[in-house]
Design a protein around this ligand. Sequence first.
Ligand SMILES: NC(=O)c1ccc[n+]([C@@H]2O[C@H](COP(=O)([O-])OP(=O)(O)OC[C@H]3O[C@@H](n4cnc5c(N)ncnc54)[C@H](OP(=O)(O)O)[C@@H]3O)[C@@H](O)[C@H]2O)c1
Length: 250
Amino acid sequence: MQNNIENKTVIITGASSGIGEATAKQLASKGAKVVLGARRADKLEQIVTDITSAGGEAIYQVLDVASQAENDAIVKLAKETFGRVDAIFLNAGLMPSSPVSALKTDEWHRMVDVNITGVLNGVAAVMPEFTAQKSGHILATSSVAGLKAYPNAAVYGGTKWFVRSFMEVLRMESAMEGTNIRTATIYPAAINTELLETISDKGTQEGMKALYDTYGISPDRIADVVSFALNLPADTTVNEFTVGPANQPW
Ligand SMILES: NC(=O)c1ccc[n+]([C@@H]2O[C@H](COP(=O)([O-])OP(=O)(O)OC[C@H]3O[C@@H](n4cnc5c(N)ncnc54)[C@H](OP(=O)(O)O)[C@@H]3O)[C@@H](O)[C@H]2O)c1
C-alpha cells in the first residue's frame, strides 16, 4: 500500500499524552515530520526523544491552544523547520464533566477556551498556508459526546458538537472554493488516556472511571484512524470516523 504519510509535516496539538502522543509516535514511525504542541514541556521533550531515538523526525513547542499567537508561532516553527505544513491534528482538549446544577462555571469556560477556541485558533493559524498552497488536511478530535447528548456532559458535549458542525462547514466551503483542504473529524468513545483526571466532580469521575475500566481501549486505535485519513490519496476524503471499543454500547 502506498505511504502518503512519509515526509508530510503534521502539527499535533495535545501531543503530550494520550491520543496526541500515540498519534505523534505512530505518524513519525511512518515517516511523517511531527511538530508537537501542548503545555507540559517535560512530557513533550521526552516524547520527542523517544521518536528521534527510534529514527523519526520530531520537534516540539510549548503551546496553549487558547492563545492565537501561540498557535501562529507553532505553525511558523513547523514551516521554518520542515519547509511546509501538510496537516494539523487539532486534538487538545479537556473533559471536566459535571451536572449543570453543580455550577462549575470556571470549568465550563475553560472547556470553551480549549475545546472550541483552541480549534478555531489552530484553523486560523494554518488556513493562510493551506489556502495559498491549495492543499492541507485539518483533523480534529470531537467525541461521541459530539454525536449524542448525555447527562454530566452538557458543556463538554456542546463543545464537541461545535467541532462537528464547524468541521463539516469547513469541508463544504473548501470544496466550493477549490482549495482542496480536507477535513477529518474523529468521534472517539472510551479511550484510556489521562482525560478523566480533568474531572473534579467526584460522582461524575467515579461513574466515568467505572465505564473506562470496563470498556476503555488504547489510544493507538485513534492513531490508526489518523494514519488512515492522512494516507488517503489527495483526491479523496473520509471526513468522519466514529471509533470506540467494540463492546461499548455508547
Ligand atoms: N479519551 C477519551 O475517551 C476521549 C473520547 C472522546 C474524545 N476525546 C478527546 O480526545 C482529545 C485528546 O484527549 P486524550 O483522551 O488523549 O486525553 P489526555 O491524555 O488528557 O490528553 C489531552 C491533551 O490535551 C492537552 N491540552 C489540554 N489543555 C491544553 C491547552 N490549553 N493547550 C494545549 N494543549 C492542551 C494536554 O496537554 P498539556 O496538559 O500538556 O497541555 C494533553 O496533551 C481531547 O480533545 C478529548 O476531548 C477523548
